[in-house]
Design a protein. Structure first.
Length: 276
């Protein structure tokens, strides 16, 4: 027998004490004794569908909506431990008998289920991008704002005096440039990263990058807190470093000249020199 019997479908977990919510007020579902007490009918339908060897202990019943109820039975299929069989019963208006609507499998508290779906854009992590991969940027990405891309656009800001990077940024062919939100997020990330002041390398360094001759300075607000290391032998060559980062390759750590020791003259040697 296959893990799922023919005709058995998937269904979300049934919740207890359900309510039907409308645009106005929530409506309590009226208990239907005829459906809630139809345990025998539910078990018979389930055995006919999947076989008695896979039907376990009865778990109870609950109303899903008016004249719709679900009965739960433990699933004994070894491939679905922790799952329950759910038999949905319905009753037509004014009818005096219940009708089997469906038989489905539902996960219980201990069931092994797939994790909740997370959109791809939220799953991507730094370092995931590989050769040939494409990483689209949303049109409304809060990290970016429109940039000035042509001379004709400069006329619109000519009245701004003085023109400062805080008011506009020349895109130089880029349709969008970094927004204050994107800049601040990057600054926080870099400051807390491997080239920030809280790393073991920085805490054990005698000097900070702000006083190092190998520091390439940056313009704009970012340059007030960060630069780029240009020391081939440094700990962060070619990377953005916090100005209060540091390593043992600081430019002002100089090699002390070796101490020249004068040759000592032994007494015998002095006597020999006096007789010569």
């Amino acid at each position: 027998m296959p893990f799922l019997a023919p005709g058995v479908h998937w269904m979300p977990r049934v919740r207890e004490n359900r309510r039907v919510t409308t645009s106005r007020t929530p409506v309590e579902i009226k208990p239907d004794p005829l459906l809630l007490d139809a345990q025998a009918l539910a078990r018979e339908a389930l055995v006919d569908e999947v076989g008695s060897e896979f039907v376990g202990e009865y778990q109870g019943s609950a109303m899903d909506a008016d004249r719709i109820a679900t009965h739960l039975f433990v699933c004994l299929n070894p491939a679905y431990l922790g799952w329950n069989w759910a038999v949905v019963l319905v009753r037509a208006s004014r009818a005096k008998v219940a009708t089997v609507n469906d038989v489905v499998l539902m996960p219980g508290e201990q069931a092994l289920t797939a994790p909740a779906w997370v959109p791809w854009a939220e799953r991507i992590q730094p370092g995931d991008l590989g050769v040939g991969d494409i990483l689209p940027t949303p049109a409304d990405d809060k990290r970016l704002v429109a940039g000035l891309t042509g001379e004709d656009e400069l006329e619109g800001v000519a009245s701004l005096a003085p023109l400062t990077p805080g008011q506009w940024e020349l895109g130089l062919g880029r349709a969008r440039v970094l927004s204050p939100v994107g800049r601040d997020e990057a600054a926080l990330r870099w400051h807390a990263g491997e080239t920030g002041p809280q790393t073991a390398m920085a805490r054990n360094a005698a000097h900070e990058c702000s006083t190092c001759g190998f520091l390439v300075t940056l313009g704009g607000p970012v340059g007030q807190a960060f630069g780029i290391c240009a020391n081939e032998l440094g700990a962060a060559d070619g990377r953005v470093v916090s100005l209060d980062f540091g390593c043992g390759a600081h430019s002002e750590i100089l090699v002390e000249p070796p101490v020249e020791l004068e040759a000592a003259v032994l007494p015998d040697e002095a006597g020999d020199l006096g007789h010569s």
